[in-house]
Design a protein around this ligand. Structure first.
Ligand code: FES
Ligand SMILES: [Fe+2]
Length: 401
């Protein structure tokens, strides 16, 4: 192993004990979230509009469109790469490859997260070969053992006296602009582009802080490789139309067939909806877990989905690989480790259930759509009133294409 003091990190804050009992009520949420929740109408008063919205099938199929998105969005804006919780402790190190740029994220002893290219400054070897979290005081290259500090400085070179005209200070790791906010870590993938964090919205960060995302715990993580355009993978998280249909035999019966309360937060989308049991009065029951009656779903520009559930939060980084291929890094966050049997059981069953629903239903829908669209049967796709957030979100993307 090429990390000094390596220990696989499995827990966010071992001393913390936050089991199922620690639920959130409406008063824990941000003002902006509460205002949106108060706008959810009773189900019988929620009427979707009829809309006329289409997009050419080529936005999911064409290589030109894919390249344009890469150049004008994924390389021009900072993109969310992972959750803070995966690097929760000082000395946490993780490599990341999802965007095709080999990244190395490191949290230093003071708690600051930085992003670097995962390339040794001797002859370029990858420093960390896997993409699992580690704890490390320093990072040592597996090849000739050059050693770098957590802030990227080169601090050790074996047989340094044999290199003439050499100053370690000139060979620190190549750093990328990076910011941590609301429990997510954003990175500029292009080192030569002007750092652009304008997509990180204060209200969005306020919502995530209210959920406590920065202090949550990584319960589980799974990678999905999908034969589908990244936007087809996102679409089911921007609409409720499919829920009672695609998910008829799983979670569908828990949700109502009504439009969401949608807010545009800068470049990002927030959707709030009442579950089947929701009535406006249920918000004022003292001590009631708000996540039992209300679901929040966020689209964090350009490609990250965050969905709330009663006892956990799902985060999905949907990373484009090619016009018809993407990789999803799914992370389930809980308020702490399971500190009793009931919590362990609820988390375990939730994890299996959600991987099944997303993996075998939503992601499958994306893959079968990609297949059908690739046949050339459709010139365009058409969206209904229960899907109106999709074209709304595409208008944001299209500003940059
Ligand atoms: S390539 Fe890293 S020390 Fe030689
Ligand atoms: Fe779904």
């Amino acid at each position: 192993m090429n990390l000094i003091d390596t220990a696989t990190q499995t827990s966010a804050q071992p001393s913390r004990s936050k089991g199922l009992a620690q639920t959130q009520t409406i008063s824990d949420l941000s003002e902006s979230q509460v205002a949106a929740i108060r706008k959810i109408p009773p189900h019988d008063a929620a009427k979707p509009r009829a809309i006329d919205a289409r997009r050419p099938a080529s936005i999911f199929l064409s290589n030109e469109r894919f390249e344009l998105e890469q150049a004008n969005i994924f390389r021009k804006f900072a993109v969310p790469v992972t959750v803070s919780a995966i690097l929760s402790q000082p000395g946490s190190v993780i490599a990341h490859e999802g965007y095709g740029v080999p990244l190395l994220l490191m949290r230093d002893k003071q708690g600051v997260v930085r992003a670097f290219l995962n390339a040794c400054m001797h002859k370029g070897s990858k420093l960390v070969e896997d993409c699992e979290p580690h704890r490390a005081g320093k990072v040592t290259c597996p090849y000739h053992a050059w050693t770098f500090a957590l802030d990227g400085r080169l601090v050790g070179v074996p047989r340094e006296e044999t290199i003439a005209n050499f100053d370690k200070a000139d060979r620190g790791l190549a750093e990328l602009a990076c910011r941590e906010a609301g429990g997510l870590i954003w990175v500029m993938l292009d080192r030569t582009a002007e750092p652009n964090f304008s997509n990180i919205d204060d209200e969005l960060v306020g919502d995530f802080n209210a959920f406590d995302i920065p202090d949550m715990h990584v319960y589980g993580r799974k990678t999905f490789e999908l034969d589908a355009n990244w936007k087809l993978v996102q679409e089911p998280f921007l609409e409720g139309y499919h829920v009672q249909r695609l998910h008829a035999r799983s979670v569908g019966p828990m949700f109502a067939d009504v439009p969401n309360v949608t807010s545009v937060l800068g470049h990002n989308i927030r959707q709030i909806s009442g579950k089947i049991n929701f009535t406006p009065d249920c918000l004022d029951i003292e001590g009631e877990n708000i996540h039992k009656s209300v679901t929040h779903a966020y689209l964090v520009f350009p490609n990250t989905v965050i969905v709330t559930s009663p006892y956990y939060i799902s985060v999905m980084f949907i990373m484009p690989k090619a016009a018809g291929r993407s990789v999803v890094d799914y992370i389930m966050l809980t308020r702490g480790e399971a500190d009793n049997e009931k919590a362990a059981d609820v988390y375990q069953r939730s994890y299996e259930m959600i991987l099944n629903v997303f993996g075998n239903e939503d992601f499958r829908a994306a893959e079968i759509s990609q297949k059908g669209l690739s046949s050339g049967a459709l010139e365009d796709v058409v969206y209904c009133g229960l899907e109106e957030t999709i074209p709304l979100y595409y208008e944001i993307l299209e500003r940059y294409l």
